[in-house]
Design a protein around this ligand. Structure first.
Ligand code: SF4
Length: 212
């Protein structure tokens, strides 16, 4: 069973799964907004955009929701995104083989905007603010804000974003997804990997045929 098949099984067995992912994302967005307001931080984008950062994503739940968004795009846009995903993966391979630093626009970023903003995964929603995580094994983990945040707000005495409850909610959802689908393998993918897994028009039609 591949990831797309696992998502299909999960959504058949738990028809409310996308509502549940959306609810967890709303919790993230609300926590981010509340912390940003405390600091007076507003993200207006920057030349060192987080969409140039090489993020990896680790849950079936995030994959499923991004796939839902991707399949709602019009065909030409989907196919252009697949082309950008190939270029991204090629550039990443090159950087990893030469040890060069890697800065490349996420294939979902078009003209500076995320074309699947409502479906973007967790780290895209949380990046930028200083944060803490109360890890059950590693204890208290702290992380800084992005460089724009640090330039604007580092002297403020507000509280960092506590990611503990957010991670717990996503982990709970992921447990449900894996139990329902029977999918056991680890997930460790860039957005480009996911897009190429979703495929273009023919792959999406094939999947739809399989599950009619
Ligand atoms: S998914 Fe969207 S928000 Fe996240 S890195 Fe890609 S373009 Fe940026």
């Amino acid at each position: 069973m591949d990831l797309s098949d696992a998502c299909q099984v999960w959504s058949r067995r738990n028809p409310d799964c996308f509502d549940r992912i959306a609810a967890v994302y709303e919790q993230m967005d609300a926590a981010y907004a509340a912390t940003a307001v405390q600091y007076g931080f507003v993200c207006n984008g920057c030349e060192d955009n987080c969409c140039l950062t090489r993020f990896r994503h680790h849950t079936l739940a995030e994959y499923a929701y991004l796939q839902k968004g991707f399949e709602g795009l019009e065909t030409a846009l989907r196919n252009r995104t697949v082309v950008r995903a190939h270029a991204y993966r090629e550039a990443l391979r090159e950087a990893e083989s030469t040890g060069a630093s890697f800065r490349h626009w996420c294939p979902l970023n078009q003209a500076g905007r995320c074309i699947l903003y409502a479906f973007r995964p967790m780290i895209c929603r949380l990046h930028g603010l200083p944060h803490i995580l109360r890890h059950p094994v590693r204890g208290l983990i702290q992380g800084p804000g992005c460089h724009i945040f640090e330039a604007q707000c580092s002297s403020s005495a507000s509280r960092p974003l506590d990611r503990s409850g957010i991670y717990k909610s996503l982990a709970g959802l992921e447990r449900t997804a894996r139990q329902a689908s029977g999918f056991r393998l680890p997930v460790n993918m860039t957005i480009a990997d996911m897009i190429l897994d979703f495929g273009g028009e023919s792959e999406i039609d094939r999947r739809a045929d399989n599950y009619r």
